[in-house]
Design a protein around this ligand. Structure first.
Ligand code: ADP
Ligand code: ADP
Length: 224
């Protein structure tokens, strides 16, 4: 079933001198796993920002679950409830423990404290950091911090997970672990998982790969 639809999405920078997205049309099914590949500067991050409602197109439409984002008054509310962002800059709060950091998105959720703890611990366990739950971020390695950030971005069960080079800064083993967690959540809560990557081995794990170049889709295929 169609969940995300882009219609003639155009995005330019520098007063039209740079066309980052050139009339993109795309349809993505609910619960699917899509990888986006393409050279640096091809428009991948801009596309991810559109999908995550971090930015809006100059023309065209981004429709998620039947709702045109242009009609939404409060995109930040939409983001908080629907989107899990996994970016390389993870911005953990230094004075909070791992568990407290992971519980941040649940702050205003209508859940008991006990359920919040339980939910956070479920994800901390999934990223393999249960033994570090009471540590502060400065006691963790870069890869561990990345995994905390992933647990935090998934803890409120987003319907869309957007990951920009989630394995880019990690060693092979940690990268594999991070991908396992993303796929686990994607499968468990039927979230739509969209990963931007340079790595063709990572791209191949997805059901579908979309290749972009110069702001246009030049290839779109199903893996296996
Ligand atoms: P990718 O993620 O594939 O590297 P981007 O989406 O970041 O590509 O960039 C696409 C194009 O848009 C590039 O030419 C880039 O320089 C330009 N661009 C991206 N963001 C901005 C911005 N904030 N201001 C000006 N140009 C930008
Ligand atoms: P709030 O309104 O709750 O302060 P925002 O609406 O700014 O937060 O952001 C909502 C979500 O989008 C958060 O998960 C945040 O991490 C993410 N986000 C916001 N801006 C960016 C950005 N420029 N790059 C990456 N993630 C962002």
């Amino acid at each position: 079933m169609e969940f995300i639809r882009l219609i003639n999405v155009l995005k330019q920078y520098d007063k039209g001198a740079v066309t980052a997205l050139n009339n993109i049309n795309l349809s993505i099914d609910r619960g699917s796993f899509v990888s986006i590949i393409g050279p640096s500067g091809s428009g991948k991050s801009t596309l991810l920002n559109m999908l995550g409602a971090l930015d809006s197109p100059d023309s065209g439409h981004v429709i998620i679950n039947g709702i045109d984002l242009a009609s939404q008054k409060d995109l930040s509310d939409f983001r908080r409830h629907e989107i899990g962002f996994v970016f390389q800059l993870h911005n953990l709060l230094p004075n909070l423990t791992v568990q407290e950091n992971v519980e941040i998105p649940l702050m205003d959720a209508k859940m008991s404290e006990k359920d919040k703890h339980r939910r956070a611990l479920l994800f901390i366990e999934a990223v393999g950091l249960l033994d570090k739950k009471n540590q502060k971020p400065n006691k963790l390695s870069g890869g561990e911090r990345q995994r905390v950030a992933i647990a935090r971005s998934l803890v409120n069960f987003p319907s869309i997970i957007l990951a920009d080079e989630p394995t880019g800064a990690l060693d092979t083993k940690t990268g594999a672990k991070v991908l396992d967690v993303l796929r686990f959540v994607h499968q468990t809560i039927n979230a739509t998982l969209i990963i931007v990557t340079h790595d063709h081995d990572v791209a191949r794990l997805a059901d579908r790969t979309i290749e972009i170049r110069d702001g246009q889709v030049i290839n779109d295929y199903y893996n296996r």
